[in-house]
Design a protein around this ligand. Structure first.
Ligand SMILES: [Zn+2]
Length: 177
């Protein structure tokens, strides 16, 4: 089946991180943008040009993940140095976009993604950053629900699985009682 990106992060920098599925369950982990075709499909879905090397994009993704995951888990302080270095280089190569807000167009896909990560950290309310509560999923998103109650990347996937599991446990507990 062709790759159909699920853009559930609420921000392109998070959707980039979510191109790895089942990140926390190594036997199932899949990199969804491991081929140029898949990368092109993802780029089309998020509205970016696919002019980038796979390894370079994967390296950006890993650097952004190292920053975003501890923030989502509330593990402070977060080491920003590697991302700051990438961001400084990306801005140096960028074209000014504008006039407002102050912004940049990246020189290539890797730089665009680094700049997107910078925007995530600068402009978004990071207290809304969440990690899907499924044990294996590992997807990240901004919880824009009114009461801040979103627990799953997608209630149709991880949310359904959790409901099925709770139901099964209730039935089993009922039988034992
Ligand atoms: Zn999930």
């Amino acid at each position: 089946m062709p790759y159909q990106p699920e853009l559930i992060g609420g921000h392109v920098a998070l959707d980039l991180l979510n191109t790895i599925s089942w990140r926390l369950e190594p036997s199932r982990t899949v990199d969804r943008i491991a081929t140029p075709e898949a990368l092109a499909t993802w780029c089309a879905a998020v509205g970016l040009d696919a002019d980038g090397e796979l390894e370079q994009i994967a390296a950006v993704r890993a650097t952004v993940y190292d920053v975003v995951l501890p923030i989502a888990r509330g593990d402070d302080p977060v080491d920003l140095r590697n991302l700051q270095i990438l961001l400084a280089d990306a801005i140096r190569r960028a074209t000014p976009a504008g006039p407002r807000p102050l912004d940049w167009t990246g020189a290539d896909l890797a730089d665009e993604l680094v700049l997107a990560a910078g925007r995530l950290l600068e402009r978004e309310d990071l207290s809304k950053l969440r990690e899907c509560q499924d044990d294996g999923c590992g997807w990240l998103f901004l919880d824009r629900s009114k009461n801040g109650s979103r627990r799953w990347c997608s209630s149709g996937d991880c949310g359904n699985r959790a409901r099925a599991k709770r139901h099964y446990e209730r039935v089993r507990a009922g039988r034992q009682a």
